[in-house]
Design a protein around this ligand. Sequence first.
Ligand code: RAM
Length: 343
Amino acid sequence: MKLRNRAIPLVAIAAMVASMAGIGASASQAAGTLKSGQTFYLIPKDTLNPYETLEDGGIASALKALGDTAVVSSGTVDTAAAQIPSIQAAIQAHAAGIVIAGNDPTALCPSLAQAVAAGIAVVASDSDVTCPNHLFINQAVTSTIGSSEVDLLAKEIGSKGQIAILSAAATATNQNSWIVYMKKELKKYPNMKLVSTVYGNDDPATSLTVLQGLLSAYPNLRGIISPTTVGISTAAQYLDTHKSLLKHLTLTGLGLPSQMKKYVLDGTCAKFELWNPINLGQLAGYAAANIASGVITGAAGDKFTAGSLGAYTVLPAAGGTGPSVVLGPPFVFDKTNIAKFNF
Ligand code: RAM
């Protein structure tokens, strides 16, 4: 039972929790024609974000199960410039593959092209790049992530009032793609008005500063969507200590249940979404290993097995994304289920 299954019967929750927590999810895969002993560079948006750390743990567990080595390398700020030295390090180390969460859709392309020229398999995960010759491992269908967050908030605030987005880095491919679909979905709600989008760079201090700016500029704000685990947890922490704001303000977005549990249980944030970042990592790890072993090229129609997650097929390019693999639909967390998750 995994998050990508659409219907989640209650009786299966325990099994799902085990799977979502990554327990057993890295069960050894018959290596088949996959090579072992290869080295992969994991380049997250930054090395401080707990979400990225969970995903990297999933990638590393998949690679370890295949007898490969994972090296996590990135900067501490969400910029392309901070990731380029890690791409260069992967090239120097003759890595077999790179799994990168792009801080920018285009600025990494010259370095990634050098990596491809050196024979390195390039996989983007979590946040895509627009460069050729790579496979994107998407957490969920991009349009669904954007539209479902708007629908969730609309239901909570009666489809009415000023709303704002507290995002991550202004250049982050994933957040910006989701925001495009949030804006499209908002057309269905003529009485909901997006008044501002602010960027906290996935840094808690910056997220708090831009949140406070938002709240003072828009005292009548009814809703905030924060499509980043760093943004939503920062906002929840602030609202928890400024509870009078909750009389008119609703927070939702994408969060880690481990960080949001307290705030869901005490009523600061009723509902938010995510997927299992550990499973996302495992999927990316198996994809990278398959490409680096020459089992697949990462082209549309390619099929591979991602350990206990099962079989996946590479989807054709669509809507600005190249070939991609989708983990599954986002899951809504609320007070009825949040205690069951430990990531
Ligand atoms: C943050 C990052 C990441 C995003 C999650 C939901 O941790 O911005 O890229 O996927 O939130």
